[in-house]
Write a protein that binds this ligand. Sequence first.
Ligand SMILES: *Cc1c(COP(=O)(O)O)cnc(C)c1O
Length: 222
Amino acid sequence: MSIVDNYHLVRSQLPQGTRLVAVSKYHPVEALREVYDAGCRCFGESHVQELQVKRPQLPADIEWHFIGHLQTNKVKYIAPYISMIHAVDTPRLLQEIHKQARRYQREIPCLLELHVAQEATKYGFEPEVCMQFLAEGEWRQWQGARICGIMCMASNVDNESRIEADFEQARTFFLEAKKRFFADDPAFCECSWGMSHDYTLAIRHGSTLVRVGSKIFGERVY
Ligand SMILES: *Cc1c(COP(=O)(O)O)cnc(C)c1O
């Protein structure tokens, strides 16, 4: 199967209301262009430097999503154009996004990353910490960083029920946060979960954005 066949296959599996972010990290611009020509306008990258090099070589109507861990001191490079930042995992990063967005008179859509997987990782808010942060409300002053939903990565295991439990935990969190803090805000509507090996499970648990890389582009070339 070609990259374009893979792209069409993944697209065909998504229900209405779930969008595809084609994760193109480590893949050359030629590969992105093939998928672009097949109709894709939404790409995900996880390294600022790589994104900065690739973006000028590709058409301007692409929506670039930043999906990886983002260092606070790098927000300024992508603030002028980034369409969404998926993995906001500290209040400080959210505040910096707000600050940089304002310099460009922008509001940058952001997702809060929840740590729901069983692996210990440095990244992602613990759910109770995230709920507490939302309850404290300081983020309401940071409208340059518009909180549009929740992002997570499921446990990296083969056990499907474990993966589904992680997505369900994130979904429950999203609904609770929606009810408590965003009931009047239609922009809070995104659930970013599902990667190549688990997006079919993610869509059963309310995913509105799947981030699929290797299933489209093949294994990464480093
Ligand atoms: C690389 C990456 C993906 C895509 O992973 P695949 O397994 O290649 O589909 C999704 N989300 C994040 C945060 C990533 O870093």
